[in-house]
Design a binder for this molecule. Structure first.
Ligand SMILES: *[C@@H]1O[C@H](CO)[C@@H](O)[C@H](O)[C@H]1NC(C)=O
Ligand SMILES: *[C@@H]1O[C@H](CO)[C@@H](O)[C@H](O)[C@H]1NC(C)=O
Ligand SMILES: *[C@@H]1O[C@H](CO)[C@@H](O)[C@H](O)[C@H]1NC(C)=O
Ligand SMILES: *[C@@H]1O[C@H](CO)[C@@H](O)[C@H](O)[C@H]1NC(C)=O
Ligand SMILES: *[C@@H]1O[C@H](CO)[C@@H](O)[C@H](O)[C@H]1NC(C)=O
Length: 377
């Protein structure tokens, strides 16, 4: 059940990167307001100056961050916060200035989608999945870099990004992007210098945006691949595996939804082996390729059902067990004409008797014969 919940959440990642990991109400708020009044007031004043449609640019953002840090410093000395975590102090002291979703984030996220799906006509030779001719199932170290390649693209290919943006962003957002490009991209791609600032920093949001786009891309693409089409030549399968490998980078940082991290790790650890397992199963049991019970199942539909079992288990058994439970009728139908004949060995004392057991197609029941004499039961 938990698994199902997580799977349903994945497509929503794109929109959830802006939310904090939980919706706890900030604690010790009145204590902080009382004890840190001066700091709070300054921070509140800056907050009022922040234009809520677009992300605050460097100067204003730095002022805000500085003031919010001062509230934290004050708050962390309060009795009320004794034994509480730093994230709880941050939640009370600071607002989601760096992490909430501004309209410009929709624009950036759509541009990212275009980059990752190679759906643009920039002359720059960047593409998220580039090495099309590498053999299936080999491990590419270059993927490890890809999540950051997109960052680099934003920095190096300004004109191209703007070209993409012009087509997909709202006019107002596009103008903001165009007018403040360098500063904005600097804010979104540069990692914060201290752990404390990390919580509120837009680069975290940008990072999650990448992950959200990747996961969405992954789910969409893998939902679209029929399990029966998994074979050596299927480039879509290769692409999906590549996306999952790239998305592995996302697990190195805490993800938004607690518990999802573990699940995603399990997915990316097992996904590479999965196509080979399927290919092997189909090669040995080509009859399965005709099964209707499988024709409507996607690659992802099978994988998500078996991944937990695969994790540390025998992958092939896991898949076969899935097929067995899903395809009972067709498996039984396959056995309709099958007669099992048992002939006792000559050297035994049993008189020469031959048994057979088969399903009688007319009467739809099992029949047992001895010496070709029908025995009904
Ligand atoms: C600052 O703003 C917060 C949230 O809007 C509010 O709860 C608090 O009372 C304000 N504090 C001061 C000192 O202005
Ligand atoms: C590239 O995309 C832009 C915006 O969608 C479009 O106006 C232009 O014609 C395209 N160029 C080519 C060569 O496809
Ligand atoms: C799904 O597959 C169909 C047919 O192969 C294709 O036309 C469509 O674009 C695919 N959709 C996605 C989201 O990949
Ligand atoms: C067993 O019986 C079969 C037929 O009754 C015969 O053809 C075969 O040679 C016998 N085998 C041995 C080892 O006696
Ligand atoms: C079955 O047939 C064998 C010879 O083929 C015979 O020796 C045996 O007695 C028969 N058994 C029965 C139960 O009729």
């Amino acid at each position: 059940m938990f698994k199902l919940v997580l799977i349903c959440l994945i497509p929503h990642l794109v929109n959830s990167y802006v939310h904090r990991s939980d919706d706890r109400f900030p604690i010790c708020l009145s204590e902080t307001n009382n004890a840190c009044q001066e700091e709070m007031k300054k921070k509140n004043e800056t907050l009022e100056r922040i234009y809520h449609i677009h992300h605050p640019l460097t100067d204003l953002f730095n002022i805000y961050t500085d003031q919010c840090r001062k509230v934290m410093e004050c708050a962390s000395g309060l009795e009320c916060f004794k034994g509480k975590s730093q994230s709880e102090i941050i939640e009370t002291s600071c607002d989601d200035v760096g992490t909430i979703q501004y309209s410009i984030d929709d624009c950036l996220s759509t541009i990212l989608k275009k980059i990752y799906s190679n759906d643009h006509n920039c002359t720059a030779g960047f593409s998220f999945v580039s090495e099309r001719d590498v053999p299936l199932f080999s491990i590419y170290s270059s993927f490890q870099e890809n999540l950051f390649t997109a960052d680099t693209i934003f920095k190096k290919e300004k004109q191209c990004i703007l070209n993409i943006g012009q087509g997909v962003c709202k006019t107002d957002d596009f103008n903001f992007l165009q007018n403040n490009y360098d500063e904005l991209i600097e804010l979104y791609t540069n990692s914060p210098t201290s752990d404390i600032d990390q919580w509120n920093h837009p680069s975290e949001k940008f990072y999650r945006m990448h992950c959200g786009v990747l996961h969405n891309d992954f789910v969409q693409k893998s939902e679209n691949i029929s399990i029966l089409s998994v074979n050596q030549e299927n480039a879509d399968v290769q692409k999906v595996v590549e996306i999952a490998q790239t998305a592995q980078k996302c697990h190195q940082k805490p993800v938004i939804i607690p518990g999802l991290e573990k699940y995603l790790k399990m997915v990316s650890e097992n996904i590479q082996a999965f196509p080979a397992v399927m290919i092997n199963i189909f090669e040995r049991r080509p009859r399965l390729l005709e099964y209707r019970c499988l024709s409507s199942v996607s690659w992802w539909g099978v994988f998500r059902e078996v991944v937990e079992c695969m994790n540390g288990g025998d992958a092939k058994k896991c898949v076969l067990s899935f097929i067995r439970s899903r395809c009972q009728e067709e498996i039984l139908a396959d056995f309709e004409d099958l007669a099992v004949t048992l002939t006792p060995r000559n050297e035994s004392n049993v008189p020469g008797v031959s048994f057979s057991l088969f399903k009688n197609n007319q009467r739809r029941k099992f029949v047992f014969t001895v010496n070709n004499t029908l025995i009904n039961f």
